[in-house]
Design a protein around this ligand. Sequence first.
Ligand code: ZN
Length: 489
Amino acid sequence: MQNGWETIIGLEIHAQLNTESKIFCGCSTRFGDEPNQNTCPVCLGLPGALPVLNRRVIELGARAALALGLQINPISIFARKNYFYPDLPKGYQISQFDQPFSANGTLEIMTAMRDDAGHPVEWRRKTITITRLHLEEDAGKNVHEGLPDVDRYSYIDLNRAGTPLAEIVTEPDFRTSWEAYDYVNHVRRALQWVGASEADMEKGNLRCEANVSVRRMGDEGLGTKVELKNLNSVRFMQRGIEFEVTRQIGVLESGGQLRQETRLWDERAMETRVMRSKEEAHDYRYFPEPDLPPLVVSPEFIEKVQASMPELPEARRQRFMEQYGLSFSDASQLTSERSLADYFEAAAKTSGNPRVAANWLRSELLRELEAAGMLASASPVPPEELGALVRMIDQELISGKQGKDVLVEMFTSGKGAAAIIEEQGLVQLSDTTEIDGLIDKVLAANPQQLEGYRSGKEALFGFFVGQVIKASAGKANPKVVNERLKKKL
Ligand SMILES: [Zn+2]
């Protein structure tokens, strides 16, 4: 937020629904196939071809809506949105207009104030109004790179034409780029969680556009808005909005005027630049799609979908806090992704100490997973084994420090905790008779320090602990050494 100015942001998300075939034909939605391999008269828009709605799209659309807490309209209408673009040979896109799949919902998200480095400082709730969630088909793709003569030709790949999308539009409810960031992450996680979409921005199966404007604090009306595109990650979006806000305020404060336009975020140059001005804004001449009947969604259908949904992330976070005594931030991290939450619960069960298991997972295992670019579901350390390791540390069979090395070894070798501990002879020495013997030796070998300690230099206590552990080749249990030393000294 900059002095005297307020930022207004609305967001549009296009999420590709995770179906095997397209929305109105049987062509595959597989990514990476030969260009134009997955096309047919329907998705090419050849005359006379008739669309047939893919039932799976409705199921996944319903999962998406329910995951965001939205109502599903009993009747919605597909409509033609008419415009010409080379990647849309039909001349129209089948979308929904005045009767969408879902409309006028609210969504509560958690959003944080951030410090300058972007770290959350304080979390709070915010309610966002979702104007609509509608179903539509994607267009094809123009290819300008990686093919011969791209300086002279544009190539068109229609494999993506007809891929099902859910478009989710908000009211201009966001006041900072971080609120937008937290919202998109919320939506992304929700869609992934219920299997509605892979929702991966880098792969392009979740795309986001931001409408950004600024106004003087206290003003009622909205300023001239700019539409931001080419936001290929949530972080890029946040940076793009931040740049755009500063740019707009700069223009207005120097007495200039803003134009309503579409701008692209250039991550390399870290700036936005004009793509097109809105003077070319289209009148899409929407009309109901004559080849598709109204979409009727029965209460029974919704109930069935509802019954097949997993426990949602927010509910699960709340339960983690209550059931396992985790803090808000720990529970949030562990519910950031569904396979991680599943992993935690399985590890917690075998560990016998869920909070300690949570710490080991968050601080130690996640570091290894992130370095290897893996999700928890692909971890070479099964959750039961992390639980077993935590239990052995809890029972002081090995020290926490040894545990860290064991975990790294488990991760690289795929072996179990018990096997590695036995192989490396790591079991901690907790036997008091043996430790007493070591203490006697250490005291006898260091008469000067002993005298120093007895004459009041208490800091020497740590010296003796260190010597005893050294004498045990690192195996002595520090807690037992402390106790026995106190008695002896
Ligand atoms: Zn097709």
